[in-house]
Ligand binder design. Structure first.
Ligand code: FEO
Ligand code: CA
Ligand code: CA
Ligand code: CA
Length: 673
């Protein structure tokens, strides 16, 4: 058994808002399985070592490496790798240019209110939100110079949002409070409106610069936007609230980390670390909340329920049962979060829809397998918390391009992954009567299974993973890649000679091949890369990572149409640039060749941030990348003294802001080629 974090135990490697481990089931821990494979491999290697003096002392579990792509085109990496970076700037390879675009507070709609720390809560509803994350470019009429850029805003740093925060001793998660413990209602409004998603029409001018276009499509979806619930949980007693007595509506989406794009060209925003936003003073909380990390003593991440004036849209963040029934309070409000939220960016009046059949957990994002006419729609999603799982949804109805829409996501089967130690794997159905999910075992029906997805996956016997983040599907081979960002809970006792790592501080990338179509119930897996420094990192061939390829904590992942695998890092601000993480410098983006395993560093970002979100225009000649939370490493004391760790992107004495990078080549060529 791996070491488990105790409730309330502070983990220095969790980033702001990350959920603490709440999985206390006895399921196998992925590290255990990896270790078992490493042990076997080391036995093989020890005899090899006799013959090959000086060969690697340790090796990686590539004994059953997945087959290469056959006749698939091998992507080129045509740029010179850059070194790690520590400056408060963005660095890209020679021959590339960077434009900083749409920093937090950029006006996009309404009266186009200008960015200012004095801007109010209503202004923020017409401005780009905070903490840019997952992103997609929806071309207009196929254009590579004109489209809708859609991006998530994962969370906020109140100290960088409010003029009233100046001079206060606030750390990254801190917020201004009134003397009586209440919160200023307009600050709360601004914070909710800085969450969610932005849709912004984006066009390249003749001088090559990209510009915001005032347009009817420009839209902010926020923590307050009315949303529909769809799928098996909709309309059940689990989601009955004072706001929606029939359990079919809720308000807002929060902590939108990564995203997904459906085969029918809509956008899905993931609700990741939503649980922390809720308070609950009740002494008895059931698994619908405890299994997601909501605790009795929790006051809520930003204490929005304490907004002065007691407006209903803020009070709902208190999940304590206070009324006579669920229709009279917000005890069920947290059950309306933890989903993938779909909307059509080309329909600005549409109501976003929470698709409950994709499961309820800390969704990092969702990645769709290429849709095939007449076959089910398949989508993969990771649950990013320590010891959580990787899921797959397979639609009941077949995909038909002429009629496909979001209702395909409302009927089907949700599966969870089990990674066997022999390199095989299986998908375990989370459905009534399957894998012991019966009323006798505490799972009343499909809605009960879905609202308790984590508990159902525990019961089915899924494999506990090292924080699943983004996924990508290779368009040529169908292989599915997933980043596993890190998990420092792997104890010293679990390390042996077969495992060169003391703990999984650095993360790795796993990949698998389904047995036939993406809807298959079995697969084979291997490890694509073990992240780490020059000593602990290993590439696809089992060789140490060179200086051009070292990285830690893979998070964002995207494979471009030419099969370049883009890897983005999120070393937590609590450990970046210090100790064993010092060698990696600031968070970065690299690109890998999935055939050869070669990795080259492409971009390094400013101080205190993570690089997340990546997409190109259809011609691959413009790339959009997000820089999230620059300056998050600023301590409370330094903030009070006005000494910020970063002033990116505006420089001078400015407060740091998240922003999008627009990357092009001086010769107009394909990015990365
Ligand atoms: Fe929001 Fe798991 O990164
Ligand atoms: Ca992420
Ligand atoms: Ca993060
Ligand atoms: Ca992360």
């Amino acid at each position: 058994m791996s070491q488990q974090q105790q409730p309330g135990q502070v983990d220095p490697v969790l980033a702001a808002g990350d959920e603490p481990n709440s999985n206390t089931s006895g399921n196998a821990y992925f590290g255990d399985i990896l270790e078992a494979r490493l042990s076997r491999r080391t036995l093989l290697r020890s005899s090899l070592a006799v013959a090959i003096a000086g060969a690697m002392a340790t090796s990686l579990p590539f004994g059953r490496a997945l087959a290469a792509g056959g006749n698939a085109p091998t992507p080129t990496l045509g740029f010179k790798a850059i070194p790690v970076g520590t400056g408060d700037n963005v660095v890209v390879p020679e021959g590339y240019r960077v434009q900083v675009f749409i920093p937090t507070g950029t006006p996009i709609s309404g009266s186009m209110p200008a960015f200012s720390l004095d801007a109010g809560g209503e202004d923020q509803a017409h401005q780009i939100g905070a903490h840019h994350d997952g992103m997609h470019f929806f071309p207009i009429d196929g254009s590579s110079r004109d489209g809708l850029l859609v991006l998530n805003h994962e969370y906020i740093e109140p100290r960088f949002l409010h003029a009233a925060a100046a001079g206060l001793s606030l750390e990254s998660e801190g917020f201004p409070q009134n003397a009586d413990g209440s919160r200023d209602a307009d600050q709360v409004l601004k914070e909710l409106n800085a969450h969610g998603v932005s849709v912004v029409r984006t066009r390249q001018a003749d001088d090559g610069q990209w510009q915001v276009v005032e347009d009817v499509h420009n839209r902010r979806i926020t923590g307050l936007t009315p949303m529909q619930l769809a799928g098996p949980v909709a309309g059940t007693e689990h989601v009955v609230t004072k706001y929606s007595p029939d359990g079919r509506m809720t308000r807002g989406t929060l902590n939108n980390c990564a995203h997904g794009v459906t085969p029918w060209n809509t956008y899905l925003a993931a609700e990741e670390n939503w649980a922390g936003y809720f308070a609950n003073e009740d002494t008895e909380i059931d698994r619908r909340q405890t299994r997601y990390g909501i605790e009795t003593r929790g006051e809520g991440r930003y204490q929005w329920h304490k907004a002065a004036g007691g407006a209903d849209e803020y009070v709902r963040f208190d999940a304590t049962p206070r009324g006579a029934s669920a229709r009279d309070d917000y005890r069920n409000e947290p059950h309306t979060f933890g989903y993938m939220v779909e909307f059509d960016p080309f329909d600005p009046e549409s109501t976003p829809v929470k698709r409950t059949h994709l499961g309820r957990f800390a969704h990092e994002g969702v990645i769709f397998a290429p849709a095939v006419e007449g076959q089910p729609v398949v989508a993969y999603s990771g649950d990013d918390a320590r010891f959580e799982y990787i899921y797959k949804f397979v639609s009941a109805r077949p995909y038909q391009a002429s009629s496909a829409d979001g209702s395909l996501l409302d009927e089907g089967t949700l599966y969870v992954a089990r990674f066997n130690d022999d390199g095989s794997g299986e998908w375990l159905a989370l459905a009534p009567g399957e894998n012991g999910l019966t009323p006798e075992n505490g799972f009343a029906d499909l809605a009960d299974i879905l609202v308790n997805t984590r508990s159902a996956a525990d019961f089915a016997g899924a494999t506990k993973m090292d924080r699943p983040e983004w996924g990508a599907v290779d368009p040529a081979t169908g292989q599915v890649y997933f980043t596993l960002t890190n998990n420092t809970r792997r104890s010293e006792e679990q390390v042996d000679a077969a495992n060169p790592r003391a703990e999984n501080h650095f993360g790795h990338i796993i990949r698998w091949q389904e047995d036939g179509t993406h809807a298959a119930e079995r697969f084979e897996w291997d490890i694509f890369v073990m992240a780490g420094d020059g000593e602990s990192g290993r590439d696809l061939a089992g060789e140490p990572l060179g200086q051009e390829a070292i990285f830690s904590s893979p998070d964002g992942l995207w494979i471009d149409p030419d099969r370049r695998l883009w890897i983005q890092t999120d070393i937590s601000e609590s450990v970046m640039n210090s100790g064993i993480h010092e060698v990696f410098g600031n968070n970065q983006m690299l690109v890998a060749n999935p055939e050869t395993g070669e990795i080259r560093r492409f971009l390094t970002g400013p101080v205190g941030q993570e690089i997340t979100g990546v997409i190109t225009t259809p011609d691959q000649r413009t790339m959009f990348v997000n820089v999230q939370h620059p300056g998050a490493t600023t301590s409370a004391e330094a903030f009070a003294a006005g000494e910020l760790a970063s002033h990116w992107p505006d420089g001078g004495n400015s407060i740091p802001r998240s922003a999008t990078l627009v990357i092009t080549r001086e010769d107009g060529g394909i990015i990365g080629a």
